[in-house]
Ligand binder design. Structure first.
Ligand SMILES: [Zn+2]
Length: 420
């Protein structure tokens, strides 16, 4: 470990941030830069050109993931590499930082390590993953690279306007027949660390500037349905109703107490989509279908909470003379961050006099797909107002710079450290 902390080039880093935020810029601030759009194309072209002008090797794979390294492609693909990255696509009316920050920070980390004349035992590789935000399904690029993408299913991926991935793919040099070739030998990815804005309020609330991420929360997305009986809104007395909506509202009110009770770290649960049938002002609803998004960092706690919710749904159904059904729409297990990476992040922050706290990530990130490496870490910087996926998303420049410096230190520790 060096005694004088590595210096990053803040001017060069902000030049990248300020230029990238022009691609897809909105008049009210923020960006719309959906994956594989013309805005995305312009951003990719500029960033590739800039990185090359700084002496980096730049290449794309068959999923249009953009790779950057001080080493050439064969070196990165044949040796055990340390990888970092994120995504440069945005949600509609999103912020200019989100994933772009992690990509630009990775590039600046490589350049400042090179400028400092430090030799690396393992190559460092930065990747801007295609379509993290889900224009065509979500995490397309990082799933392809880690071999987790269903390449056959990808042929029929469409966006919300009915545009097919297969149709825009050729314009971005995505080869639908060779998507599987993106998959890297996971035993040769020695570690993956991702820097991201927090997208929540905790760091600012706890007056910390760096979040040492302890893991990415696991998730259950449930579809719950209550069924009752449709009837006239004017003629059916309240006590004789079988109102399906009552089931959902009773559940919703009881959720905070239910999931907040058990472990010391409470789960979070959200009912984010509701469909009421038949959906008329003068008819008592006979069917309510809704989603419930449940997250927790601990797999056992996550499962216990799911079972508790399913049990409560049945209890509420009985109490209200309704029928109920719960289905699991999707599930992924929590991903604990490697303790050595957590310690490297914490040590960097402490060497630099930056206040850090350990915290889980409630949001999923490209990092999730690197589970098989057994060596994943994440770093957070504050989000002003806790806002993200919002044009008002903002992080103070000095916080951004601190994140880049801590990422650079962490990548160095991973590339030159003893453990793999
Ligand atoms: Zn993101």
């Amino acid at each position: 470990m060096t005694t004088t902390p590595l210096k990053i080039n803040a001017k060069r880093f902000h030049h990248m941030v300020d230029t990238m935020k022009t691609f897809g810029a909105l008049p009210q601030g923020g960006i719309t830069r959906r994956a594989l759009s013309e805005e995305d194309r312009a951003g990719r072209a500029w960033l590739s050109g800039f990185a090359r002008s700084q002496g980096l090797h730049v290449w794309t794979d068959p999923a249009a993931n953009l790779h950057f390294s001080l080493d050439d492609r064969p070196a990165c693909e044949s040796q055990a590499v340390i990888m970092t990255g994120s995504h440069i696509d945005s949600v509609p009316e999103g912020g200019y930082l989100d994933g772009t920050y992690g990509v630009l920070a990775g590039i600046e980390a490589l350049l400042s390590i090179r400028d400092a004349g430090i030799t690396l035992s393992r190559p460092l590789e930065v990747v801007a993953f295609t379509d993290e935000e889900g224009r065509f399904g979500g995490m397309l690029g990082s799933q392809a690279l880690t071999g987790l993408l269903d390449c056959e299913a990808a042929r029929s991926f469409e966006d919300d306007q009915g545009v097919r991935l297969a149709d825009v793919a050729p314009g971005f040099d995505i080869d639908m027949n060779r998507l599987a070739d993106c998959a890297r030998d996971m035993s040769k990815i020695a570690g993956y660390a991702e820097l991201h804005i927090e997208q929540g309020p905790r760091l600012l609330e706890e007056q910390a500037e760096i979040g040492v991420v302890t893991g990415i929360c696991g998730l259950y997305k449930l579809r719950i349905q209550f069924r009752g009986e449709a009837s006239h809104a004017g003629t059916t007395p309240m006590h004789l109703r079988k109102d399906a909506l009552t089931g959902m509202t009773r559940l919703h009110t009881r959720l905070p107490a239910l999931i907040g009770a058990a472990p010391e770290v409470p789960a979070v649960a959200t009912i984010g989509f509701v469909a009421v049938e038949p959906g008329a002002a003068n008819v008592i609803p006979d069917c309510v279908t809704f989603t419930l998004d449940l997250r927790h960092l601990d797999l056992d706690a996550l499962r216990q909470n799911r079972v508790a919710i399913e049990t409560l749904v049945q209890t509420i159904a009985r109490e209200n003379r309704l029928e109920a059904q719960c289905d699991i729409l999707s599930h992924f297990e929590p991903l604990p961050c490697n303790p050595d990476i957590q310690d490297a992040v914490a040590a960097s922050a402490s060497n630099r006099g930056i206040a850090a706290i350990r915290m889980p990530s409630g949001a999923a990130h490209d990092a999730l797909n690197f589970r098989a490496t057994g060596n994943v870490g994440m770093i957070f910087v504050p989000s002003e107002g806790g806002l993200s996926h919002n044009t008002k998303e903002f992080t103070k420049p000095e916080h951004l710079e601190q994140g880049v410096a801590v990422l650079a230190d962490t990548l160095l520790a991973m590339a030159n450290g003893a453990s793999s």
